[in-house]
Design a protein around this ligand. Structure first.
Ligand code: NOJ
Length: 569
């Protein structure tokens, strides 16, 4: 399918972006780990799916202690994934097929294998090398206590003590995430300068934008004060209340403006339209939309949509909250059902608890910790047929909304979370750091099933994938779904084709529409397209209109439960 909007510098305002987790997408060199050549080979599949852009999770050299979000070199491709030449070929091929390319920028921390961190460890306290990261003396008589009470997102303290070259205990370094992910010191001018350079390096190679990892971190209160104690851990809380010294600090705005200026330097290049999407779990929405003011980033993930419960009221509340908030700053809203950090949507919606009820909770509290949410969900039984049915309806809801939409790889196949990965194979740092209380995010990162009847399902030729695939995925391969007109893959293709072609979907107009009876959400897009989602147990009557697409067959003209339809009205 050709993409008529490819050259539009505002392409990102309505884009459907497909997230590739490179380790798990396609393994061209058959070593059990996905790679860049694998992504390139599957680009025709993505073009046929009808996406406008691909976002590739980190592909940089990395010890992969946090799945690549521990970057050892921002200017290269991991040898596990390929070479810079492979990346160039991938970008060129994507553009040839009308697909924009976003990559991950990981600016809060590096890997402990980054040369500057190694230099910092080898240098003396107070040296310029140490000043690139956040090193401090410990508290207590011998510096044996961490400099403050901050906690790592993955569990345990956010500080690790170093050992001096003579073997004596030394200073501590800060890591808001894993011990292997030391935080950069953004107050040191070398760091913003280095990241400007990284942006230009990749923009010059033809990248269309960056997904910014923890876009609400980076800047910290230089006094590094203690925060309120979390009674469960005895360490500081990681809530993001206004005034937090760790999150959404005032300095974040300065950094984002600087990046925007770099992206804008490329406005007059052949493709133009270089953009950022912020990853920030931040409440309330008024704080989040500050990030997408015209002089800051372009878009931000809508995680409220991702964690909203499967009820009409909750979903309506999220839409009613997020659309006007984004409009107020002139930015498009985005819609997200999943990513590499969250339980897959088909499984989530098959659980007794499907998410957070946005009608019941006013949001002044801390954001939900997605990792803890995942752990709680994991313990609940799943009705996967129900979950998959709802996930299909959720896709039609998502793609009918104004703004951008994200697809996490495998959502288009209706993949479920792999909840029974043997403990000895779990790789998420949260597993170790939480003392084996939180299994973490590996269950949504299992390599994709492309073809065949048994693992590796065409992921590679015959090598065992780095995480085992369940045998049940034989029914969900892209090959099988390609041949089945009623498959989730073909539903996605049909939806994206309509979304691309129908002028109503390229407007920003959305008006809620009242439908009698049931637990129903309905809204009009533009002047002539109506989306109806039935969250209730009973079928509902539909307004008059021509059916464009439905997530299940209608029954006597009525929309069954847990289903969605698009009507021309
Ligand atoms: C958010 C990323 O999505 C997640 O996978 C990672 O662990 C953290 N940021 C730390 O980089």
């Amino acid at each position: 399918m050709s993409n008529p909007h490819f050259l539009d510098p505002d392409w990102w305002r309505h884009a459907v972006v497909y997230q590739v987790y490179p380790r798990s997408f396609a393994d061209a060199d058959n070593d059990g780990t996905g790679d860049v050549r694998g992504i390139t080979e599957k680009l025709p599949y993505l073009a046929e799916l009808g996406v406008d852009a691909v976002w590739v999770s980190p592909w940089y050299p990395s010890p992969l202690l946090d799945g690549g979000y521990d970057v050892a070199d921002y200017y290269d491709i991991s040898p596990d994934f390929g070479t810079l030449a492979d990346a160039d070929a991938f970008i060129a091929k994507a553009h040839e097929l009308g697909i924009r390319v976003l990559i991950d920028l990981v600016p809060n921390h590096s890997s402990w294998e980054h040369p500057w961190f190694k230099e910092a460890l080898a240098a003396a306290p107070g040296s310029p090398e140490r000043d690139r990261y956040v090193f401090r003396d410990g508290r207590g008589a011998d510096g044996e206590l961490p400099p403050n009470n901050w906690a790592s997102i993955f569990g345990g303290p956010a500080w690790t003590r170093t050992t001096d070259p003579d073997g004596t205990p030394g200073q501590w370094y800060l890591h808001l995430f894993d011990i292997s992910q030391p935080d950069w010191n953004w107050d040191n001018p070398e760091i913003p300068a280095m990241f400007d350079d990284v942006l230009r390096f990749w923009f010059d190679r033809g990248i269309d934008g960056f997904r910014v990892d923890v876009a609400d971190a980076m800047a910290k209160d230089p006094a590094l004060p203690d925060v309120a104690v979390d009674p469960h851990t005895g360490l500081g809380t990681n809530d993001k209340r206004v005034g937090s010294p760790q999150w959404d600090h005032a300095g974040v705005a300065t950094i984002q403006r600087r990046w925007r200026a770099v992206a804008d330097e490329y406005a007059d290049t052949e493709l133009g339209g270089r953009v950022f999407v912020a990853e920030a779990y931040l409440d309330p929405i008024e704080r989040l939309v500050e990030y997408v003011r015209p002089d800051r980033l372009h878009t931000t993930f809508n995680f409220d949509a991702l964690i909203s419960a499967w009820t009409a009221d909750s979903q309506r509340a999220v839409i009613a909250k997020t659309v006007p908030a984004h409009e107020s700053v002139g930015a498009p809203t985005t819609w997200v059902l999943g990513n590499h950090d969250n339980t897959r949507v088909a499984t989530r919606y098959g659980k007794p608890t499907t998410g957070k009820d946005y009608t019941a909770v006013e949001h002044e509290d801390a954001a939900l910790d997605p990792i803890e949410l995942g752990a709680a969900l994991h313990a609940m039984p799943t009705d996967i047929d129900l979950g998959r049915r709802r996930a299909r309806a959720a896709a039609l809801l998502e793609f009918a909304l104004p703004g951008g939409a994200y697809i996490y790889q495998g959502e288009e196949l209706g993949l479920d979370e792999v909840e029974d990965i043997p403990e000895e194979l779990l790789q998420d740092p949260a597993w170790e750091r939480s003392g084996h209380r939180v299994r973490g995010r590996d269950g949504c990162r299992v390599p994709l099933p492309w073809s065949g009847e048994a693992p590796p399902f065409g992921f590679g030729l015959d090598a065992s994938p780095w995480l085992p695939q369940p045998a049940r995925w034989a029914d969900l391969t892209a090959e099988k779904q390609d041949a089945d007109p009623a498959s989730t893959l073909n539903l996605y293709r049909a939806a994206l084709k309509l979304r691309r072609e129908r002028a109503d979907f390229r407007t920003d107009a959305l008006a809620f529409h009242a439908v009698d009876g049931g637990d129903v959400l309905a809204f009009t897009r533009g002047s002539g397209t109506l989306a109806v989602v039935n969250f209730g147990a009973e079928p509902v009557e539909l307004p008059a209109g021509e059916v464009l697409l439905s997530s299940v067959d209608l029954v006597d003209g009525r929309l069954p439960s847990d289903a969605a339809v698009w009507l021309a009205v």
